[in-house]
Design a protein around this ligand. Sequence first.
Ligand code: ADP
Length: 571
Amino acid sequence: MSTLRRIIQHTLRFPMSSMLSLVLAFACTALILVLPAVTLRFIDVIIPQKRLDLIIPTAALGVLAIGGRQLLFTLRTYFNNALELKITHLIRVELYDKLQRLPVKWFDTKSSGEIMTRVADDVPTMDRVVIEGIDQALAAVLQFLIVLGYMFFHSWQLTLVTLIPLPFIGLITSWWSKRSESKWRESSEASSALHALLHDNLSGIRQIKAYTVEPEALDHFDSASRKVGEKHMNVMRGQSIVWPAVSLIAESGIIIMVAFGAWWAIEGKITPGTVISFLVAWGFLFDPISHINKLSQTFTRGIVAAKRVFAIIDTSDESNLTEGDRPNNFRGEVKFDQVTFAYGEEAPAVSNLTLHAAPGQTIALVGPTGAGKSTILNLLTRFYDPSHGQILLDGKPIESLSKEWLRDHTGYVTQESFLFNTTLRENLQLAKSDASDEEIWQALESANAATFVRELPEGLDTVAGERGVRFSGGEKQRLSIARALLKNPPLLLLDEATSALDNHTERLVQQALETLRSERTCFVIAHRLSTVRNAHRIYVLKDGTIVEHGTHNQLIAQNGLYTELAQATLK
Ligand code: ADP
């Protein structure tokens, strides 16, 4: 119920359009009474009294009413669709805005495909509730009441007989809508899962081809798609029994009504015109009921979709995004004081970590995969917060600072250098929205990226392709270094690429990184000997703890894990 109330609240954000919808629904409905009234007049007045003069005006009135109703109907369709689109837009934007404010942790547990289904499918599905549901259901209830009033006015006895099937229909439909909700939910969950899989497989199409796992991927897709069909069939199997049963009960009602009508007409209690006009009115009375099938389907699906959408909207925002201190300057001193953090229930990804970077120093993090190196960078950007201990920036606890301020002062260059599918200029301007072409070229120059960008026929207007597929790994890296240079942050977080680049590109990337690192504090997940050699301090991690630290020479002298790593993995 509260879900429905929230949908209605959203609708009421457009009070004028909602009012218009209601008024049109009411007017359309009221006009249907003309038809049984005209029939009654023909049979009980015009025929017995042989009033030929009344035939044309009465018929004209009937036609006029039908024409008026259709005209109103056209307007209603137009305005209702306009209202629906406005509500869909409102909720879709609200949902997207929310998604951007959710903590990174939330995204760890959801697949992109699932989220995309919510935005692309669930929002319009929930909004159908407004138009088909509220508009048509309301019109149906109105129609039912108006026709019922008309019938009561002419013969309350025959009206009661007409209503005999109603309680049975009510029982069946309410039982079915309760029962079908879980079936609809399973059906829409299955289609979300299918979308999620499709999204994943398309993103990973290169891996699928490279490992020639197309048959396995097809099998997965086949079974996910089959499941969608099965779950949908579950609902449809029920529908295929329930709705014919409802029609059967409703239509048997006509016979009962005509039988009683004939009996009472013979006894002279009612006129034959009343029986015939009841027959015409019956169509309008049960017309809403024949729509219950579609309406209840729309409603149940819409409520299921709305619950999923509201579940996201109700999730708490990432905390402290804008609140918190915004110091005027940041020297770039970083301290971890006995920091412990776990992603979930499992063992901590880092525990009891203490480390220090003076302003301008380069700190190298090395260690086997899973040692906790990326976690340190995630904590520094506050994608996650430590469960114990403290991180201090220029001596201030990190949680006292605004996240926005922190991220404005941090550059993050990841291994998977992400480029959006837009022009290079726009990709670079992410770092500085008002950067001029001159500044951009300067950054590209320092990042050793200017030469290849200049060779592109469209230069800065070149579109990067999805996730930057147009560029090679080394090129993407240099572009993202240029982006970081443009931002010019005092604190730099760098995840050095593990993939081997050719010697020439490697040298270009290394030079670019040198430029980027100079004069700012830098945490680098290092995979190269040249990087660690130049670092002010190296922290060697294993299973989330620091096992050794010092300069390259000091660590080599210790002949421990670092020496082992240097021989095996650092080149
Ligand atoms: P490294 O960067 O040294 O390879 P990470 O910091 O990525 O190591 O990972 C440290 C540990 O935390 C690993 O056991 C890893 O499986 C786990 N981990 C990393 N990211 C997540 C995440 N988003 N959710 C749950 N566990 C994670």
